[in-house]
Design a protein around this ligand. Structure first.
Ligand code: SF4
Length: 190
């Protein structure tokens, strides 16, 4: 568990065959429609549309390690605009660990959807059609690859995603990322 004065973060993991994860939780047409409705669509190199074939991108891995972090704010009822600030340290922790696993084991990391961590907000080079400044760090999210994370969180971890309906952060937030690999057993926390 990670704890700060502002939140606690509890990690859950699930390991399953990558082919099973794709068959059970990938719904690319429906999820792509959600992505097209997002203001980041086509405006960040971390977001769709991508210039590669997604089926090829996901192929060739035996195992999917899925990581879900439940983030519970210390102060209930915070305005929803504070959510990014609560997510950020956990996103940094996930992405740093995922990139480290890519270096150590090969495989493919999937980060969390949302604004990219690596440039100031609103400064992505994509709207100007210039190359990404940090392709060595940026990885698409599972959602961006067509996975349904509502069902993933409920069915693999028994934790439903919650939404804000009154402009406030719900009881908890969920961060879901993943790692496809061929490396045998990998522990998330070492
Ligand atoms: S690193 Fe910068 S340029 Fe690359 S996707 Fe992120 S915001 Fe865009």
């Amino acid at each position: 568990m990670n704890r700060s004065s502002e939140h606690t973060a509890l990690d859950f993991t699930a390991t399953l065959p990558a082919a099973d994860f794709i068959a059970r939780f990938r719904d690319p047409e429906r999820i792509a429609a959600y992505c097209r409705a997002c203001p980041n669509y086509g405006r960040s190199w971390a977001c769709p549309p991508f210039g590669f074939d997604m089926d090829d991108y996901l192929a060739g891995y035996r195992t999917a390690l899925i990581i879900a972090t439940k983030i519970t704010p210390s102060n209930p009822g915070l305005p929803f605009r504070e959510a990014g600030r609560l997510f950020r340290p956990e996103r940094v922790r996930h992405e740093s660990r995922l990139l480290d696993m890519e270096r150590r084991y090969g495989g493919r990391a999937f980060a969390y959807a949302g604004t990219c961590l690596y440039c100031p907000e609103g400064c992505c080079t994509r709207p100007a059609e210039a190359p990404c400044r940090h392709p060595e760090w940026v990885r698409p999210s599972l959602e961006a690859c067509g996975f349904d994370l509502c069902r993933t969180s409920e069915e693999l971890f028994g934790i439903p995603l919650l939404w804000s309906c009154d402009g406030r952060i719900p009881e908890y937030l969920m961060l879901v990322s993943g790692f496809f690999h061929n490396a045998g057993t990998i522990e998330w926390e070492e």
